[in-house]
Each structure stands twice: as C-alpha cells, then as structure tokens.
Write a protein that binds this ligand. Structure first.
Ligand SMILES: Nc1nc2c(ncn2[C@@H]2O[C@H](COP(=O)(O)OP(=O)(O)OP(=O)(O)O)[C@@H](O)[C@H]2O)c(=O)[nH]1
Ligand SMILES: [Mg+2]
Length: 306
C-alpha cells in the first residue's frame, strides 16, 4: 500500500477538535452507565479506536457493527463470532432503518442487570439509562441515535466531522450522548489508514484521490476480483495489471478521456471511490477476522499425527 494515500503536504487527520473530543470523552465517561462503540462492519478492527478503548475501559461496553448492509454478510457473521468469543457484546446494524437500533436495548439491559437491580431496590427504577455513543468519524453514530429515537434528532450527513459538540438525546427511558467522531494520532499500519480512508472516515480533501482509488483497487481485486471485472466489463487479464493501470483501463471503459485520448485519471478515481462507497460493487468487507490460533490441545493433536 502506498504511503501517499494520505497527502504528503499535510497529514492532518487528527486536528485539534479531535484532541478536544477525547478530553470531553474523558470527562463525560463518569456521567454514563455504558458505552456503545460504533464500528464499521466492513473494517471492524481498523475502525476500532484504541484511544476510545482506553478512555472507556472501565464501563460496560457494547460493539455495534454498523453499515452491515454494505458488508459481506458471511464475513459479518464471522466478526460477530470473533467479538462474542472474546466475551464482548456485539451486534450488526443498519442504522438507516428507523427503529432498528432498538436491538441494542436487550444486550444493554443484560449488561446493566446489576445496576438496574440496585436502582429498583432504591426506588429509582425509572431513572434513564445513560449511554455514550462513540466511534470514528462518519461511521453512523448520529444516524444510529436517530434510528433509536425514530426521528431525525441528531444532524447526520455523509462526510466526516458533522457532529461538532456533545448532544444528549432522551428517548424511551434512555439518554443517549452523541459525540463527535474521533480518530487517533498514530495508525498501527498503513493498511488501517487506507481502510479508514476508503470508507470515508478521513477527510477526502487531505487525501490523494488517485492513490486512494489505486489502493482500493489493489485491496478489492485480491478479495472480490469478479465484482470488479463484471462491474467494469473487463477481461480476466485486467487482474494482471498494476492497480494504477487498472484504474486507467477502467477510465477507458467508462469513456473518461481528455484531449489527446488520455484517460482523465482523477475523474476515474473519483468515480471508483464514489461507486465503492455507494455499494455499487455489492456488499464488500475489506477485513476478515484473524484466524483462530490453534489451542495447545490442537497443537498436541496435530503433533501426534506427524
Ligand atoms: N448504508 C448505511 N449507511 C449508513 C448507516 N449508518 C449511517 N449511514 C450513513 O453514513 C453517513 C454518516 O452518518 P452520520 O450519522 O452522520 O455519522 P457520524 O458517525 O455521526 O459522523 P460524525 O458526526 O461526522 O462523526 C450518512 O450518510 C448516513 O446516512 C448504515 O447502517 N448503513
Ligand atoms: Mg455525528
């Protein structure tokens, strides 16, 4: 993966307002009963923010694999197993469906059973459950809250950085705290950075769109080669091309030429990234759960067969 996906000019995916959000989170965490970390179902690990993990570690935690409608359903099932086998509450979600977010009520109330029991004993059974909704930018936190509320109570739009301050939204015995999206300072790998860029969590204006498109092609052709060939009516041999030549071949197929017959590679790149994000390539997961490591018994069994 190229290092230039994030424009060399200025690596500014962690602007001042994100540091401010982390400080706000540190303060507000004391005022909530539990945390919902919204992940992107297409990249559950790349979208899991280690800073959020650190700040929210002391509170009951539930993971929501949002935009599951865009992800490969088989891989999402494997991710659910992965989180659950690690003892973490986790459920898939399409937050664009009004009311669907109510699916978190059961798992939250199970997680908070003791707290609710204590409240009942004190005659405070009616007290609202306070939930902090956190995650990376553009992952769908505000849309999730709107789905829970059954109405457009929080501002949501398809670009990172829409929510700028905290907002409490009260609905049906719950107080939900909407927070601005936040990334972290140092990504552990270029792959993580690229995945976050592909799904639109890093502002596009600091990204090089052609590098972004080439990176996306490089990633997707390894996992879903047929989808690309079918969508852009390419022959099998196109898969042998380096990603940036594949981008040009797609530009030619789409008639995106400039004077002199050259391909308008920037336009082709924008089209590609836009089509991926709009799910025109079908339901795609860019990340798969790590393979389970064999247990010691399995190792021993395997040893007996040698
Ligand atoms: N397909 C699909 N789109 C979703 C889903 N949830 C949210 N979206 C879309 O994702 C975009 C971002 O949604 P927001 O709710 O504004 O995201 P956010 O996490 O609040 O973003 P910031 O406030 O910028 O951090 C919008 O275009 C939503 O319609 C989902 O489950 N499926
Ligand atoms: Mg928001």
């Amino acid at each position: 993966m190229s290092e230039t996906i994030i424009n060399r000019r200025q690596i500014q995916w962690f602007p001042g307002h994100m540091a401010k959000t982390l400080r706000l989170m540190e303060k507000e965490i004391r005022n909530v009963d539990c945390v919902l970390q919204i992940l992107d179902a297409r990249i559950p690990l790349s979208s899991l923010n280690p800073e959020i993990e650190r700040i929210t570690a002391g509170k009951p935690h539930l993971y929501v694999l949002n935009k599951a409608d865009l992800a490969d359903p088989d891989i999402t099932r494997r991710w659910l197993d992965y989180f659950r086998s690690a003892g973490a509450g986790c459920l898939p979600m399409d937050s664009r469906q009004s009311g669907k977010a109510h699916a978190v009520r059961g798992p939250i109330e199970k997680e908070l059973a003791e707290l609710m029991q204590r409240r009942r004993a004190k005659g405070m059974a009616g007290a609202a459950i306070r939930v902090m909704v956190v995650g990376i930018p553009n992952v769908g936190k505000s849309t999730f809250i709107n789905s829970f509320a059954g109405a457009a109570r929080a501002k949501a739009a398809n670009k990172p950085g829409v929510t700028r301050g905290k907002q409490w939204i009260s609905v049906g015995g719950y107080d939900l705290l909407d927070m601005p999206g936040v990334l972290w300072k140092k990504f552990d790998s270029l792959e993580t950075a690229a995945n976050l860029a592909f799904i639109g969590s890093i502002r596009d204006d600091i990204l090089d769109v052609e590098e972004l498109a080439c990176g996306l092609l490089s990633s997707v052709r390894g996992i879903y080669p047929k989808r690309l060939l079918e969508r852009y009516k390419l022959g099998q041999q196109a898969l042998e091309l380096p990603p940036c030549e594949l981008l040009l071949a797609i530009g030619v197929k789409r008639g995106m030429l400039i004077s002199g017959g050259e391909v308008d590679s920037e336009r082709a790149a924008r089209m590609l990234v836009g089509e991926f994000r709009a799910s025109k390539w079908g339901r795609i997961s860019l990340e798969q759960p790590p393979q389970p490591t064999p247990t010691q018994e399995e190792d021993a069994d395997a040893g007996q067969n040698i």
